[in-house]
Design a protein around this ligand. Structure first.
Ligand code: ADE
Length: 417
């Protein structure tokens, strides 16, 4: 078996961590049991580009139980958990991922994964789709469909499709309600704070925490920072979202103002240069900057490098930049995803729902690909309802059903006051 990981001797530790995560993934466990009997992905070659984490290990085992022939590479150079990569290799799954790999190794690993000639692709950020639609177009002929995990990836796919260039159908897993309402909000909320705290060991209460971008991820992060006692400021370009942030109890202002008063900054915009040179110019001494958006383009790290007299590593995942006037700015996890770089990513309980959507999307592609034109699709609403129902059940919660009379009323117009 061909693979490239850091150290196979870490496999035992990885197995224990994957088992620990599995305890909190009841929906995925239920799907795995069914998949093991029904084998819906039997013989399907699947190339995945995901963060190699304990939660991903459980998805990988589920897809293999379904009969898939799976190869995985990392979807970010800094997010790989080397013990998990070792555990997956030991359980027979080829992995191409090493934590903190350089850009060339990252793309070499992706090429090795894509060159397995997949029928289904599974992306977190659309890098595999981008590779298949550029230098590896000769491999497109075997692809029947794909899945995409994250908001940024879905945006890229829609851009590719709007240019008429997308060559196969892709399920936007991110767009399932049981994905973005939980993973993006509660997952990013907790794991980004976790990453900032692990990297800095700073007390959050009393700090001024600036969230840049108030999508689902920004909402979750600002809410959790507020819950820990921070003075929260939100910066947004969309007036409706900015208004929502005001009514959620945050202070809202432009980044040109926020940059002068924030202690900790987190970018979650999906866009570029949300923190730029003119912001660094005006930040307080000791400001901490981090990113939780998919790509490391949200913080203009190049300008910070150029502006700085010196740079040194002061803790794991903390770079200290000293500017000409003596102010220090601390950049966390190289401006890459703080939650996966400095912590372990979202906890398994939310990844349970995200990865249940991934597993079911794989089955959906196999069953429906002949009916689907190239395009970006969302799983049917019933899948969300099933996932939520199993999750509630596993949490020991119940929910109501309408009586026939209530149902009839809700589908009628005759009865008024
Ligand atoms: N994305 C965010 N958190 C993650 C995790 N724990 N595993 C895989 N992908 C993730």
């Amino acid at each position: 078996m061909n693979y490239d990981i850091k150290d196979i001797s870490l496999a035992g530790k990885g197995k224990l961590r994957a088992e620990w995560a599995e305890r909190e993934m009841p929906v995925l466990r239920t799907i795995k049991e069914r998949f093991a009997k029904e084998k819906p992905l039997k013989g399907i070659k699947l190339a995945g580009c995901l963060h190699i984490t304990a939660e991903t290990a459980n998805l990988a085992h589920t897809l293999v139980a379904a009969g898939a022939d799976l190869t995985l590479c990392a979807s970010n150079p800094l997010s790989t958990q080397d013990d998990i990569a070792a555990h997956l290799v030991e359980s027979g799954i080829p992995i191409f991922a090493i934590k903190d790999e350089d850009a060339k190794t990252y793309y070499d690993h992706m090429a090795a994964t894509v060159e397995t000639g997949p029928q289904i692709t599974m992306d977190d950020g659309a890098d595999v789709v981008a590779m298949l639609h550029s230098e590896k177009q000769h491999l497109l002929k075997d692809v029947i469909g794909g899945m995409e995990e994250t908001t940024t990836g879905v945006i890229r796919l829609k851009a590719l499709h709007s240019q008429g260039k997308l060559r196969y159908p892709i399920v936007a897993v991110n767009d399932s309600q049981t994905k973005h309402m939980f993973d993006n909000r509660y997952g990013t909320g907790q794991s980004s704070l976790d990453g900032i705290i692990r990297a800095t060991n700073m007390l959050i209460t009393g700090k001024t925490v600036v969230t840049i971008g108030y999508g689902w991820c920004g909402k979750g992060f600002a809410m959790r920072a507020k819950g820990m006692g921070a003075h929260t400021i939100v910066c947004e370009v969309d007036p409706v979202r900015a208004l929502e942030a005001v009514m959620d109890g945050h202070q809202v202002m432009g980044m040109n103002d926020a940059c002068t008063i924030g202690d900790i900054f987190l970018t979650v915009t999906g866009g570029m240069k949300a923190i730029d040179k003119h912001h660094f110019d005006n930040m307080k001494d000791g400001a901490v900057v981090a990113n939780s958006g998919h790509f490391n383009i949200e913080i203009n790290v190049d300008s910070l490098e150029e502006m700085s007299e010196t740079k040194r590593s002061v803790r794991e995942f903390v770079e200290e930049y000293t500017l000409e006037d003596g102010r220090k700015i601390f950049l966390l996890a190289q401006g890459r995803l703080i939650n996966l770089g400095a912590a372990e990513g979202h906890p398994p309980s939310v990844m349970d729902m995200s990865f249940s959507n991934q597993a079911l999307a794989g089955e959906y592609i196999v069953e429906n690909h002949t009916k689907l034109d190239p395009g970006v699709y969302t799983l049917p609403n019933e899948v969300d309802a099933d996932i939520a129902s199993i999750k509630l059940n596993a949490m020991g919660m119940s929910y109501d059903t309408l009586t026939a009379e209530q149902d009839k009323y809700l589908n009628s117009w005759e009865t008024g006051t």
